[in-house]
Design a protein around this ligand. Structure first.
Ligand code: ADP
Length: 437
């Protein structure tokens, strides 16, 4: 309704203007007895004025729209004003958008981290200057596949790895191919229609600090080995003597117990250092899983002698696994001894190996004490124990699950833990299908 009123107002004005002009010209024409020609003349003048306005509007829109609008009157003035207002607000919105994009670009350019925007075909669409410094991209690489630009096998393997929904995508640490002695961390984030953002940053300092820590632990553990062996040897000799004073015997046997604990600890620390040092995927043997399961079961039966649990073995797949047999056996053995240790006597323990299209699975299920949900995410941290008293009593070092996690990481696998307090737990090692034969 308001639009209609506005239209009527304009129409009214135009009509009054036309009628005034027609009246004046008809009067003039009447002087010569030609009033009708006066009316025709008014019509022609009005029409010419309208065409002129239309022509001015057209040429302004078509050729000079960035200049101020033509000075028109009546309804045309309103049309011009409306178009001009729309144009101005659109220009302001566009300028605003451009300034946001420019500010975004400028802030990304100022960052020390490398950002590379990849389209759905993994083609490099845009990157900031740090990407040229850190990843070695060149201006001519625009529109090329990132896999042709970065020719690092470990990067290719990480880039093509399928994202797993239930494991965090951690990124990868790589030795730089641009600067010797530099280490970089690469992470990939997916967004939109299978587009990706590659982020890379320099972690050389962190890498050196980590190296110092690892070397320190490895050296201390190594240095402790000899004194511990000497201590254990003498203690065993003394304890073997039949005429040993019972008061001394108690002390010596406690010392022997603690020496064993320290030896276990040192061995576990050395194993962790070794796993950390020998990067991922070094050993690629074909592990006969059904045979290994049989061997693990036999070891479990021997360890179970003091506990009296019911042990079950399910081999649901004859598939083999690719990896290091020694390390896999040690990791699975760790899960089995934990299940036996943390289950009250006469419980039941189930070992299982199976495969499907997604990969292979080794699981240990026990009917033991279980673990509260809040502890589960931290179990694979070094020295993390739910009940340290119980762990020490059973000769635990608190490093077993950290070792398991490392071994699995080296096999592109991960550990999944489910547990109910008082009912038991299931520890499952999940391997990707590429590792199954
Ligand atoms: P530890 O040498 O103490 O056994 P681990 O790293 O092997 O160290 O295990 C860490 C902690 O996880 C243990 O101290 C224990 O509290 C808990 N845990 C591990 N396995 C089980 C299990 N099967 N049932 C209940 N708790 C477990």
């Amino acid at each position: 309704m308001p639009q209609f009123l506005t239209l009527w107002r304009f129409f009214n004005k135009e009509l009054i203007k036309f009628l005034s002009l027609a009246g004046a010209l008809m009067l003039l024409g009447a002087l010569w007895g030609q009033a009708l020609w006066g009316f025709v003349g008014a019509l022609v003048i009005t029409l010419l004025l309208q065409w002129r306005a239309m022509y001015l509007l057209y040429t302004w829109l078509r050729f000079n729209s960035h200049e101020p609008p033509p000075n028109l009157r009546g309804i045309w003035a309103s049309v011009v004003y409306t178009i001009y207002r729309l144009q101005t607000s659109e220009r302001l919105a566009r300028e605003n958008l451009v300034s946001i994009v420019e500010r975004g670009r400028a802030s990304l350019a100022a960052l020390d981290e490398a950002f590379v925007l990849l389209d759905h075909d993994s083609l490099a669409a845009w990157w900031n200057p740090a990407a040229e410094r850190i990843l070695g991209l060149q201006p001519g690489d625009q529109g090329r596949s990132i896999l042709n630009v970065i020719r690092n096998p470990e990067f290719h393997e990480y880039f093509q790895r399928k994202p797993q929904s239930d494991t965090p995508h951690d990124g990868i640490k790589l030795a730089s191919w641009v600067n010797e002695n530099q280490f970089i961390q690469c992470e990939i984030t997916r967004f939109g229609k299978n587009e990706r953002l590659l982020i890379a940053y320099d972690i050389t300092r962190l890498h050196h600090l980590e190296q110092v820590r690892k070397d320190f632990i490895a050296n201390v553990s190594h240095e402790l080995r000899t004194p511990l062996t000497v201590l254990a040897g003498y203690l065993e000799t003394y304890l073997d003597q039949d005429d040993l004073n019972p008061r001394w015997r108690r002390g010596f046997s406690q010392m022997q117990q603690q020496t064993r604990r320290m030896t276990n600890l040192v061995n576990d620390l050395l194993m962790l250092s070794r796993l950390e040092r020998t990067g991922a995927n070094l050993v690629k043997q074909e592990i006969n899983m059904p045979a290994l399961m049989g061997q693990l079961f036999a070891d479990a039966e021997a360890y179970n002698a003091d506990y009296g649990h019911q042990l079950h073995l399910d081999i649901d797949s004859l598939s083999h696994l690719i990896g290091s047999e020694q390390e896999i056996a040690s990791a699975f053995g760790n899960l089995i001894t934990n299940a036996i240790k943390y289950t009250p006597k006469h419980g039941s323990i189930n070992l299982r190996w199976w495969t499907d299209e997604q990969g292979g699975y080794f699981s240990v299920t026990d009917s033991g004490i279980g673990i509260e949900q809040s502890h589960i995410p931290r179990l694979t941290e070094r020295f993390y124990r739910v009940d340290s008293g119980r762990s020490r009593e059973s000769g635990g070092t608190g490093l077993g699950l950290a070792i398991v996690k490392h071994v699995l990481l080296q096999h592109d696998a991960y550990l999944s833990i489910t547990s109910t307090v008082g009912k038991g737990s299931t520890f499952t090692a999940v391997f990707p299908s590429e590792r199954i034969l």
